[in-house]
Design a protein around this ligand. Structure first.
Ligand SMILES: NC(=O)c1ccc[n+]([C@@H]2O[C@H](COP(=O)([O-])OP(=O)(O)OC[C@H]3O[C@@H](n4cnc5c(N)ncnc54)[C@H](OP(=O)(O)O)[C@@H]3O)[C@@H](O)[C@H]2O)c1
Length: 344
């Protein structure tokens, strides 16, 4: 990792100029964040270095997760930037509970480990990464199956959620939320939660707009955070199928990018922020992460361009989650309750 002293980049974006969204609690959150999943091929140190660069150019929301295996390295960077003068309250640090820590007593242990690794006293947002306790080893292929995998069981999920609520009450996390949820699962959670999820993290890009779930979230005061906002061009092999489309090569995105003189990635991010989700793009390249954040503070898309992008939705889910399937499940669609019922 670079040993140069952390400084605010002169060519970056003033974090105060980055649009904010208001959560249902009234709390403000930056409208763009920075991803930290190295897709099994970018080292923890490289990801941490990218986080350091991202904070220097104006990102304040960092999307972490225990399973990414790099929170210890990101923690070093967070400590360094705070020693350099960035206040803890200026940062929005998200992390996620991994699937093997849903059990009774495990959530506090998992959160404490994440806090220790990130060198923080609290998280701004803690998400349940997946609504199943089904796991996979790092770097596994698409055919891996957890022998003890099971479908969504609401009573089990609520036991995990009660522990998430206790973290809020204990002051270890400021907000809690979900990830990879569906409407029927969220309806049960909203019915039974004492502390409601403020955000749901989900795959969102112009080829996978999830209009129904998106509307459900907005109607219920839950802010959508969009992962793979660029269609995750470097995602792991296990998350690739021949049917997958490439959003960055979509002719509509390419044409709009030419009109604005930016990379197609920047168009995807402008669209995301203007539509109302919080995109969390990842990059290890400074020119990329700098242009990504610049893109959301200048030269917005027109209403016409927003409509053109709305029309290119291909319902193309990239992160299908096959490795989380349980014995007896038909195929990956069972993870996503496509017929409106929770698959068993
Ligand atoms: N909750 C969940 O289950 C879940 C699932 C998946 C992801 N996530 C989160 O979402 C984040 C984002 O998803 P992702 O990393 O899979 O995909 P992504 O952000 O859609 O795509 C990242 C890739 O795009 C490239 N890129 C970034 N900016 C670019 C630009 N301006 N021009 C050209 N290429 C550009 C990057 O390559 P270079 O490094 O070469 O720029 C990087 O490999 C993750 O890092 C993670 O934090 C969460």
């Amino acid at each position: 990792m670079s040993k140069e002293k952390f400084t605010i980049a002169l060519d970056g974006v003033d974090p105060d100029k980055v649009p904010k969204k208001t959560l249902c609690t009234g709390e403000k959150i930056p409208s763009i964040g920075f991803g930290t999943f190295g897709s099994d091929h970018v080292s923890a140190e490289e990801v941490a270095e990218a986080v350091r660069g991202a904070i220097s150019v104006g990102y304040r929301l960092i999307d972490c997760a225990a399973v990414y295996g790099n929170e210890h390295a990101i923690g070093e960077v967070l400590q360094e930037v705070m020693q350099a003068g960035i206040k803890r309250e200026e940062l929005w640090i998200v992390s996620k509970l991994w699937n093997d820590m849903h059990g009774e007593g495990d959530v506090l242990i998992a959160c404490a480990k994440t806090l220790k690794d990130l060198k923080l006293e609290y998280l701004d947002l803690y998400l349940v990464h997946w609504p199943f306790p089904n796991t996979h080893p790092p770097g596994c292929d698409v055919n891996y199956r957890d022998p003890s995998a099971r479908p969504y069981i609401h009573e089990e999920f609520m036991k995990t959620w009660r522990q998430m609520e206790r973290l809020v009450k204990a002051g270890l996390v400021r907000h809690i939320g979900t990830s990879n949820m569906t409407i029927p699962k969220l309806k049960l959670l909203l019915r039974d939660a004492e502390i409601k999820p403020v955000c749901n993290e989900m795959e969102l890009h112009p080829h996978f707009q999830q209009p129904e779930l998106f509307k459900f979230l907005i109607d219920n005061g839950i802010t959508p955070i969009g992962f793979c906002p660029l269609g995750s061009p470097n995602r792991p092999e296990r998350d690739r199928t021949p049917e997958d489309t490439v959003v960055l090569e979509d002719p509509v995105i390419v044409k709009i990018a030419q009109n604005h003189n930016v990379h197609p990635a920047v168009v995807c991010l402008k669209w995301a922020v203007q539509r109302g989700q919080i995109p969390i793009p990842f990059s290890t390249k400074r020119e990329h992460y700098l242009s990504n954040i610049k893109g959301v503070v200048e030269d917005p898309l027109t209403e016409e361009e927003m409509k053109e992008i709305e029309a290119i939705d291909k319902n193309c889910r990239l992160i299908k989650g096959q490795v989380f399937l349980w014995p007896g499940a038909k195929d990956w669609r069972d993870l996503w309750d496509e017929d409106g019922e929770i698959a068993t």
